[in-house]
Design a protein around this ligand. Structure first.
Ligand SMILES: [Zn+2]
Length: 138
């Protein structure tokens, strides 16, 4: 069985960031929570998978010089806490940018990237990363 997180749609042309919404209070969560921490029992059976826009703003950012083994070829890298438009704060690497381009409040967009591929079984791990979001179209 593939271990890719279920909150990503498998369709490679549409890498949607899937989150979860509590239909009791309307809050959004990412990653999945089976129980809403605000509504507790009232939220049972009311957590619904929803598509997040994947856009948000940098809440805090750190330049990391000593990272995970899989990232050693890329270091230093930027690790940010991003506040998504729907409200959840998620941690992710910011890529395709210069360190000076990313500040608190910088608009970013989630993108799905292949993180690693394992052995004969060919298990592919995906994860989200963030890229600075430019308002103007190319
Ligand atoms: Zn709730």
């Amino acid at each position: 069985m593939a271990t890719a997180p279920r909150f990503w749609r498998e369709n490679p042309s549409r890498y949607n960031l899937m989150g979860f919404k509590c239909n009791s209070c309307g809050r959004h969560y990412f990653p999945r929570r089976s129980i809403c921490p605000v509504c507790h029992r009232k939220s049972v059976g009311k957590i619904e998978e929803v598509r997040l826009k994947g856009t948000g703003k940098v809440f805090s950012v750190t330049e990391v010089h000593d990272g995970l083994e899989e990232l050693t070829l890329q270091k230093p890298y930027l690790l940010a806490i991003v506040e998504l438009d729907e409200g959840p704060k998620v941690t992710g690497q910011v890529i395709d940018c210069e360190p000076n381009d990313v500040k608190i409040g910088t608009p970013v967009r989630a993108t799905l990237r292949k993180l690693s591929e394992e052995g004969p079984s060919g298990i592919i791990h995906y994860g989200y990363k963030f890229v600075p979001f430019k308002e103007k179209s190319p």
